[in-house]
Every structure is written in C-alpha cells, then in structure tokens.
Design a protein around this ligand. Sequence first.
Ligand SMILES: NC(=O)C1=CN([C@@H]2O[C@H](COP(=O)(O)OP(=O)(O)OC[C@H]3O[C@@H](n4cnc5c(N)ncnc54)[C@H](OP(=O)(O)O)[C@@H]3O)[C@@H](O)[C@H]2O)C=CC1
Ligand SMILES: N[C@@H](CC=O)C(=O)O
Length: 390
Amino acid sequence: MKTIPLILMGCGGVGRQLLQHIVSCRSLHSQQGLNLKVVGVCDSQSVVASADFLNKGLDDSFLLELCRVKLGGSSLSKLGDFGECQVFAHPESQGKILDIAAQLGKSTGLVFVDCSASSDTITVLKQVVDKGCCIVLANKKPLTSKMEDFNKLFTYPRRIRHESTVGAGLPVIASLNRIISSGDPVQRIVGSLSGTLGYVMSEVEDGKPLSQVVRAAKSLGYTEPDPRDDLGGMDVARKALILARILGRQINLDNIQIESLYAEEMGPNVMTVEDFLNHGILLLDKDIQARVEKASSNGNVLRYVCVIEGSRCEVGIQELPKNSALGRLRGSDNVVKLLLSPPSSCKWQLEIYTRCYSDQPLVIQGAGAGNDTTAAGVLADIVDIQDLFP
Ligand SMILES: NC(=O)C1=CN([C@@H]2O[C@H](COP(=O)(O)OP(=O)(O)OC[C@H]3O[C@@H](n4cnc5c(N)ncnc54)[C@H](OP(=O)(O)O)[C@@H]3O)[C@@H](O)[C@H]2O)C=CC1
Ligand SMILES: N[C@@H](CC=O)C(=O)O
C-alpha cells in the first residue's frame, strides 16, 4: 500500500468537500493500493495535527467532525479534545507545519494542499518546496503574486499540481501542458473562465436581477469568498495569468487589462462583503439588465471573456452572437477551446488554438466552479502525484 501524507490548508467550502471526498473514496483508493493520510488541517487561525503524524493520520471520524465544526463557523481550536490530535494556534501553527514538513518531506514525502483563498500561504509553500514537499493548489493567489514566487513554486515542476486553479475539476492545465511539451505552439486562448459570471450572465438574460443571481451563485459555492473578486474580473484575470505564465509569459496581474462590473466605490476598502451583497450590488441591477437587453436586441448575448494572444492578455465583457460557441454557454459551465463539438447548453469554455488545433480549436468545457467539482479536481491532482511517494 502506498501512503500519501498530506496537510490541508483551508477548510472552507472546497477544503471540507475535499476531506469528505477523501473519506468517501477510502475503499476505492485502497483497491488502487493507495492511502491518503491527512496529518494536519489548518484554518486561518490554527492547525490541528495528528499527535503521532509519523505513523498515523487524523482518523476519518475526526475529519468528519472537523468538517461539521467548520461548517458551523467555529475555529479548529474547538477540536482540541477530540481524538489523538494536537491543536496549535497562530503563530505557533506555522512552526508546527514546518516541523512536520521537515520530518516527512524528505522521508515519506508530504503534500501541502492549499484550499485557502489567502495570499499568506505563499510564505509556507515556498519553504516547504525546499523540504522536499509536493504542492497541490486550488488557491490561485500563490501562483499570481510575484513572478519569482511562481518560479519558486515550480522549482520541481513534477511536484506541483494546480488543475483546480483554472477550471475547477476540468482538465485544463494537463491538456495545455501536453500541447506545450509536444512542441505545438499555442497561438491563442479564448475562454469564458468564470463559473460565476457564466451563471450570472445567463440568469440575467432570463430576467433575474443581478443581485439575486450573485447571492444564489454564492450559496451554490461558485463565487470566491468575496464575490467582488468574480464581478471585478480579478478571479478571471488570475486564471488568465496562470495560463499565460504556463505559456512562458513573464507577466504580472498589472499587465492584464481587466474590466470590472462594479465601481471602485463598492470595493473591499469601502464596504464589507455583507454590505455589498445587501446594498451595493442592488445599484448594479438596472445597468447590467440594460446592457443584457441591448445585446439581446442585436441578437447577441454578453459573456465575460478572457483572451490570451501574443502579448495581449485581457479579460472583460464581450457582446457575442447567441449562436457562437461562447454565446451558447449557459449557467456556471466554462469553456476552453481545445475543440470537440460543444453541447448547446453549457457554461464554462476554453478554446486553445495551436498549429495542430488551428481551424478547429481544442475546446474544454463543463462545470467550471462549485465545491464538489473543485475538490474532485484537487483529489485527482493528489492521486496523480502518487508515483513520487515510496
Ligand atoms: N468554489 C469554486 O468553485 C472554486 C474555488 N477555488 C478556490 O478554492 C479556494 C477555496 O475556496 P472556498 O473553499 O470557497 O473558500 P472559503 O472562504 O470557504 O474557505 C477558505 C478557508 O481557508 C482558510 N484560511 C484562510 N487563510 C488561511 C491561511 N493563511 N492558512 C490556512 N488556511 C487559511 C479559512 O479559514 P477560516 O475558516 O478560519 O476563515 C477557510 O477555512 C479559493 O482560493 C478559491 O479561489 C478554485 C476553483 C473553483
Ligand atoms: N469563483 C470562481 C470559482 C473557480 O475558480 C468561478 O466562478 O469560476
């Protein structure tokens, strides 16, 4: 039996779903000769670690209790007396994580799984790279800060997986890497890469107010913790940056042209997420409805589109024919074009144009957001690096 020890950073919607997938896949993984051993789980304040992490992970009943406690909004520190675990609060938590990384990284191996939505995890991630650890990310922020941080995380490219950072569970990064390594030059990537904005646009087309639709997208687990990251285009810009950097572009978020659906006066420095969702966003309902109706009167629809071509990297609203590939998208599915013929009702899409896929791009499409599909993508990434473990 091959054992993959892991530390999970972040147990919000995606992290909890990942723990549930790990527990529910126990017998499947065991048939495959695999054991995923969760030795630690962190939230923003604490880490809960197996007291005997060299030999044992946190047991499944503990992991499910942990999910229940986090779903209820409590801190992990509430779990102190449950099972054979130790709880370390900030700032000791960071030292504990690095200690586990030092002990396991170069012996049995260890995966750091970042399902937080924080920029702060980069500090730990950069350090554990040098301790022989692998990294799996759903969090886009560590890959979209400074170029040197990105390069650091890719010091050992076979030890990092981040499929979920662009298309949740969709195989975008793996497909792009196969194209790149076969020497087929990527000329253009066009996509509708936001599950939230895909859902928002199609629901507003159906006459629902933006404010109502965004709240629904949040409760469905499509949005970022702060939905302004989606509405402001920043989440799509991060995905575009990750794709561009994989293509070898040495660029930063500043180099990406981003169109926002809300004004600066509604930004995170001015109002809380709650104020935005309860009040600010109501002011956007009329404007977006008018834009959707104007597009419709031209036989078109609005889609939030990412384009990467040459030195161009931009994300913003485009008015597209209803019958175009992106115009046909519905709901939270995304599309990346690498092409297989798209079904008429779909929401996330990416088109990749290369020498081999020139007239008919390679298209990747499907559910591009949601806790379940994202966690499934993270789990598949963890399983994908099993050959690095003894
Ligand atoms: N939902 C989706 O469809 C997709 C999401 N993603 C990405 O997945 C990530 C997680 O999203 P989601 O689960 O919705 O986010 P949540 O806000 O629900 O959860 C974030 C978790 O991270 C924890 N956290 C915050 N800071 C740190 C830190 N420094 N170290 C460790 N943990 C920390 C939080 O702790 P606390 O509980 O204490 O606040 C919380 O448990 C995001 O980066 C998102 O972009 C990617 C693709 C698709
Ligand atoms: N908020 C994102 C989730 C995945 O990255 C989206 O809506 O696509």
